[in-house]
Design a protein around this ligand. Structure first.
Ligand code: UDP
Length: 313
């Protein structure tokens, strides 16, 4: 039975990854400080193969016993969170990644970092291949997340080339689905909750900015496939088929929830990327992975997980 550590394992993606690893027969150690993660996300994991460690990865991570895989997902992934706690975002990306890599090195475990499409910033190349270096404002408000992840990638690659750690880098694009925190603030969950609650959907700017949305189950399969591969260079994991403007996303959510909410326009945040779509050629070729769940299907599944039926088309 392999043992996997999942940092950020009580969060949105982390908890789904814990489920998947347990299904694959792993022992799972979930390390989380419950800042943005929640015990609710892992309450169903009563398995003997599952252990929860309440710890901030910014502090050194000491765990007993062998570890085969370290999935380092801990981060403040939503703009709302990293703008609330900018120093914590920088620390989890730097010290946190250093500690997670140190754990992997000490245990001779394979390591995967969840990096992000934010390394591309407000991209001037579209769609974004892994070879694109990005367009990031280092001192802007989003820099505390984007640069932390860029540094984390540099650290990961250096542990690979200089310290011989067997590493993987996943660049995750916008993901949605069950267990996103209600007050997470990201567009998908914000719109869904506003629509269900009969409140106006808050589209920022004129809503013409795009994101490409990937359903959580597809994303988790991609992370697992990458960890199982031999690839050390970054690999984009996201869904290129669902690049939508934020206005279209709001309209789709209203339709699928059968809501009567209206759409209101609010100020566009500083440095908000205008476009974003992954080029997943590498993921297709190296991992044999591609997303399978389209946006309407994914939103429908999410609604069902919330105990609601999607509206008929
Ligand atoms: N956004 C929006 N309304 C909201 C929340 C976000 O229009 O209530 C916009 C945001 O300005 C951005 C896009 O939706 O252009 C995606 O934002 P999100 O926070 O989901 O993630 P990001 O991709 O920016 O990290």
């Amino acid at each position: 039975m392999p043992t996997s550590v999942v940092t950020g394992g009580a969060g949105f993606l982390g908890s789904h990854l814990c489920d998947h690893l347990l299904e694959q027969g792993h022992q799972v150690i979930c390390v989380d400080n419950l800042d943005t993660g929640s015990l609710e996300n892992i309450a169903h994991l009563r398995d003997d193969a599952f252990r929860f460690v309440n710890q901030d990865v910014v502090e050194p991570i000491h765990l007993d016993g062998p570890v085969d895989f370290v999935f380092h997902l801990a981060a403040l992934a939503s703009p709302v969170d990293y703008l609330r706690a900018p120093l914590a975002s920088l620390k989890v990306g730097s010290y946190g990644t250093h500690n997670a890599l140190g754990l992997a090195k000490y245990k001779r475990a394979r390591f995967l970092i969840s990096s992000t499409s934010e390394v591309y910033g407000d991209p001037q190349v579209h769609p974004q291949p892994e070879t694109y270096w990005g367009n990031v404002n280092p001192i802007g408000p989003r820099g505390v997340y984007d640069e932390a992840k860029r540094y984390a990638e540099a650290l990961t690659m250096t542990y690979h080339t200089q310290q011989g750690v067997d590493t993987r880098i996943a660049r995750i694009f916008n993901t949605y689905g069950p267990r996103m925190r209600r007050n997470d603030g990201r567009a998908s969950v914000q719109f869904l909750n506003q629509a269900i609650g009969g409140k106006p959907l808050t589209v920022y700017g004129d809503g013409s900015q795009t994101r490409s949305l990937c359903y959580v189950d597809d994303l988790i399969r991609g992370l697992y496939a990458l960890m199982s591969s031999d690839e050390h260079l970054p690999v984009n994991i996201g869904n290129p088929d669902h690049e939508v403007t934020m206005l279209e996303l709001a309209q789709t959510v209203i339709r699928i929830t059968g809501s009567t909410s209206e759409i209101v326009f609010e100020a566009l945040p500083i440095d908000d990327p205008q476009i974003r779509r992954p080029d997943i050629t590498r993921a297709r070729e190296i991992l044999g992975w591609a997303p399978e769940i389209d946006l309407e299907e994914g939103l429908g599944r999410w609604l069902k997980a919330l105990g609601r039926e999607p509206a008929k088309a």
